[in-house]
Design a protein around this ligand. Structure first.
Ligand code: ADP
Length: 508
């Protein structure tokens, strides 16, 4: 096992459902690996615990092997053995838990979206704590993420701290308050939580369905540190309109709740070294960007006749949060304005999927529009590199990474001012913003008219001022979106919490 002593640094263990590139569905996966790498670079010992999914990208795991440690964990009145694997991902030690449970929780060919997701991830949360306990680790920080591992916070304080796994402070990051894992008390009880003790308004009881328990609420109540992924979203979720039913809980715990803007992994998202691209480029040599634009147009069968025809990109999960009606509208508007449009998106929502399939079919041989309805990491890199503009018309957006990735690749964002987009995209025409920060086109009201206000200005700028546009591209490519600053903020929170615990222990 990896040593638990980390010299002067902290020992941080992340327990999560995703980590890029091995198991990534969305932004959570990116955050896990990039934040961990940044913390490791600062001298901390960082370890990660993930489920061992059958559908992982196994080629990204080095030296994967089974440990000689059979961890038994409780579920539904029985003990189940777990096979523990260890490997290295992006230079980080990662433990993979393979439950030897008859339901084959992580042999489903997909990460989420199974009818028994609650069982799968509450089982995993418990087994992860059991792994820490049985291997004798003494982490300073256990950091859990989203509803899938929110169970860790109450399990830790109710069951594991009394058993002696008591060295840690618990940090919980909610990457999206839309997903809370709310379920009946009996379902939540399967992982061994004492529901009679927890089913109270000031503990885990759901704020709107009083006969249900809410894992995210439990993590807010039982963690020492609670974060979300941007300062604006942290404000929004404390209001009744934005809080998805949790605003009162967040306000009651506001002294431990902060919003820290995510960064991006600037090593893997780097147009100067990106091996997915046919042509590498950087802000002082943009030649490669137009070559990538032509390469993508050729690859997708789009017209190459006019190199100055702007290419608009959009890469997203197609869910209501992302403003699907505005994405659909943008396809037609781009055409009207004389642009090309490429959408890479996948949808877990059947009617949205069907609707976009129709549109994809309609444009399947069109010379300016292409919709690719799947998840494709390689293609996503090519689209960021080829795009002149990139749209993110979200209804709400906890942080959003695609606007930052787009800018790193010289694509100018057109974004709605909400959540993390409000903290990272600043309108080129907004005189209240210092000029050096202005980097894109924004709008406020989530309707077509307001969207056009920003989109049309972007097209006008692109068409009428090619030099100004090139300056803007260079400027956005040089913005520092790395994790350095944000990881320091997490480090600061960890250190404060650890020293508070030490002081409390000394005083006891
Ligand atoms: P969310 O976590 O809500 O999905 P984010 O903007 O935080 O949104 O993160 C999205 C991440 O997932 C980005 O890295 C983006 O490139 C990637 N992504 C989204 N959809 C696809 C897709 N269809 N194919 C490839 N990558 C995708």
């Amino acid at each position: 096992l990896t040593s638990s002593s980390s010299g002067s640094g902290l020992h941080v263990v992340h327990i999560a459902a995703e980590m890029a590139p091995v198991a990534k569905v969305g932004g959570l996966g990116d955050v896990l690996s990039a934040l961990s790498k940044a913390l490791q670079k600062k001298g901390h010992l960082v370890e990660i615990i993930l489920p061992k999914y059958d559908c992982m990208q196994y080629e990204s795991i080095q030296n994967l092997r089974v440990l000689d440690l059979a961890v038994e964990s409780y579920f539904d009145g029985h003990l189940f053995k777990n096979k523990i694997w260890i490997g290295t991902v992006e230079g980080l030690p990662v433990y993979f838990i393979e439950p030897l449970h008859p339901a084959k929780f992580f042999w489903r060919g997909k990460t989420y979206g199974e009818p028994d997701d609650l069982k799968r991830f509450s089982f995993f949360s418990r087994a992860a704590l059991e792994l820490l306990h049985q291997s004798g680790k003494k982490p300073d920080i256990i950091h859990c993420h989203d509803w899938q591992t929110a169970f860790v916070a109450p399990l830790y304080w109710d069951l594991y701290a009394p058993k002696g796994l008591n060295s840690a402070r618990i940090c919980f990051t909610c990457h999206n308050f839309e997903y809370q894992g709310t379920a009946s008390a009996s379902e939540i009880a399967s992982c061994g939580l004492d529901i009679h003790h927890l089913n109270r308004p000031d503990r885990m009881q759901d704020n709107s369905s009083h006969d249900r328990l809410n894992p995210v609420k439990g993590a807010i109540v039982f963690s020492n540190i609670v974060t979300t992924v941007s300062p604006t979203y942290a404000q929004e979720v404390r209001t009744s309109q934005g809080g998805q039913g949790l605003h009162a809980t967040l306000n009651a715990h506001s002294q431990k709740f902060v919003g820290i803007l995510n960064g991006i992994d600037t090593d893997s998202w780097n147009p100067a070294t990106d091996t997915y691209l046919s042509f590498q480029y950087n802000s002082s040599d943009l030649e490669g960007k137009s070559e990538n634009k032509n390469a993508l147009r050729r690859h997708l069968g789009l017209s190459l006749s006019d190199s100055r025809r702007p290419l608009v990109g959009c890469i997203t999960r197609l869910v209501p949060q992302k403003g699907v009606h505005l994405i659909r509208h943008a396809i037609y508007r781009a055409l009207e304005l004389g642009g090309q449009f490429v959408l890479l998106g996948s949808s877990p929502v059947p009617n949205i999927h069907r609707e976009f399939e129709e549109i994809a079919k309609k444009f399947q041989t069109h010379e300016h529009i292409r919709l690719i309805l799947k998840y494709d990491e390689a293609l996503s890199h090519s689209i960021y590199a080829a795009s002149d503009m990139f749209i993110i018309p979200s209804i709400f957006e906890p942080c959003g990474l695609t606007q930052m990735i787009a800018m790193r690749y010289g694509a100018i964002p057109v974004a709605r001012k909400t959540g993390g987009l409000n903290d990272s995209v600043f309108d080129v025409d907004d005189d209240t913003i210092p000029i050096q920060l202005r980097n894109g086109f924004t709008f406020v009201t989530p309707d077509e008219h307001a969207f056009n206000g920003a989109f049309d200005r972007a097209f006008k700028y692109y068409k009428n001022d090619s030099e100004g546009w090139e300056e803007l591209m260079k400027k956005v490519m040089n913005i520092d979106f790395s994790w350095d600053t944000s990881a320091s903020q997490y480090e600061e929170l960890y250190l404060q919490s650890v020293s508070k615990a030490k002081a409390a222990r000394r005083a006891a």
